[in-house]
Structures are given as C-alpha cells and as structure tokens.
Design a protein around this ligand. Structure first.
Ligand SMILES: CC(C)(COP(=O)(O)OP(=O)(O)OC[C@H]1O[C@@H](n2cnc3c(N)ncnc32)[C@H](O)[C@@H]1OP(=O)(O)O)[C@@H](O)C(=O)NCCC(=O)NCCS
Length: 187
C-alpha cells in the first residue's frame, strides 16, 4: 500500500558541490557527465523522499548545457517532484553555478527525470499522491502531465514508424539526405 499523500515541499532537495579540477574536461570546463551524475543523485534523493521506496530512472528529458561551468564554481542542484503517476514520478531539476568571487549565479541547465518506484518484488509500486499547495506546484504538475501525454503519443508514433520501414524505397526516401547507399540487396 502507498504511503500517505505528501506535499511537494516535503521532498524538495538541494545538493551543492564544489567543482574541483578533477571534474574538468580537456577544454578546462566541467565535464557534462559530472553534472549528469549529480543530477541523477539529486533526482534519486528527491524521489526517494517522496515515495520512500527503491526507485529506478526511466527517462531523462531535456538535457541542455546552456552555459559552461568553470572549475572553482559552486554548483547547486535544486530538485522537486513535479508530477506523480501511479508508479512513476517526474522530478524537475534546476542547476545553478555560483562564482564565489563575483557572486554571479548562472542557470546552467534544467532537466526532468522520470523515475519508477519498485517494491520488494522488483515490480513497479504505487507512489503517494502529491499535495499541490502553491500555484507553482499546480502549474508544474499540469505541464508535466501534458509532456507525459505528448511523449506517450510520440512513443506510439515512433513504434509505428519503426515497424513500417520499407528499405526497398530507401534511395527515393533518402535522396535529399547526406548519405551514400552502397548497400546492395541480395539478388
Ligand atoms: C522502468 C520499468 C520499471 C518499467 O517497467 P514496466 O514493466 O514497463 O512497467 P509498467 O508498464 O507498469 O510502467 C511503470 C511506469 O513506468 C512508466 N514508463 C514505462 N516506460 C516509460 C517510458 N519509456 N517513459 C516514461 N515512463 C515510462 C509507465 O508509464 C508507468 O508509470 P505510471 O504507473 O505512473 O503510469 C522497467 O523498464 C525497468 O526496470 N527499467 C530499467 C530501469 C533502470 O535500470 N534504470 C537505470 C538505473 S536506475
């Protein structure tokens, strides 16, 4: 049985981490993979606080690195449960980098993690209802619900598109694309 309903604020989580030189890529900026790993951590912590169960990441949406993060900056990742379905929930994450000398805060990226709660039997388990106390909570829930509907429709269309690939007409279909077909069907 799912735990009692919980407000959004109950599970809101922030992680702050100093960007050390070991996190930098060859260009001297912070590696995107470091930020993704921190985002996964904060999403997991936030989702676990809401559901109190073991959970897995199903999808990560809209990963855009809007501005580079520099060594020495303090990165804060703010996570909030935006939406709950029956067994899944969507965690929104906002990443900000603070330059401690200039006090300038950059918004470096925002992302949405869909996570599913798992029960002791390793099957998807029901998550508690989400209590929406503010206009922002309601807005984010509706937004996430709409995105979920669009993604579901897109998955169906993609499955359909994949099952109807007519390779015999590839030359015609790809004539304006930047590829050269050397494949010859066995005759
Ligand atoms: C995610 C997983 C549990 C779904 O299992 P399943 O048997 O398809 O379960 P269901 O069909 O009952 O779906 C469970 C929930 O996942 C959601 N879901 C499934 N596939 C999804 C997708 N591609 N995108 C978004 N949500 C998805 C369903 O909508 C459902 O949510 P709801 O109950 O809120 O409506 C399973 O695919 C899995 O364990 N994947 C591996 C996850 C993993 O290892 N992640 C990396 C490390 S954490």
């Amino acid at each position: 049985m799912a735990a009692p309903p919980k407000p959004v604020r109950h599970s809101q989580t922030t992680i702050t981490e100093l960007m050390i030189p070991a996190y930098a890529n060859f260009g001297g900026k912070i590696h995107g993979g470091i930020l993704l790993s921190l985002m996964d951590k904060v999403a997991y912590a936030c989702a676990s606080k809401h559901a109190g169960a073991y959970r897995v990441t199903v999808t990560v949406d809209k990963v855009e690195f809007l501005q580079p993060v520099e060594v020495g900056e303090l990165v804060s990742l703010h996570a909030s449960v935006n939406y709950v379905g029956r067994t899944s929930l969507v965690v929104g994450i906002r990443v900000e980098a603070l330059n401690v000398k200039t006090h300038v805060v950059k918004h470096t990226n925002s992302s949405f993690f869909t996570m599913v709660a798992k029960g002791d039997d390793d099957r998807p388990a029901e998550v508690p209802l989400l209590i929406l106390e503010t206009a922002e909570d309601v807005k984010r829930f509706i937004e996430a619900m709409r995105v979920r509907q669009i993604k579901q429709a897109m998955r169906e269309q993609m499955d359909d598109a994949k099952s109807h690939i007519d390779i015999a007409h590839a030359a015609e279909l790809l004539k304006k694309e930047r590829c050269i077909i050397t494949y010859q069907p066995n005759v």
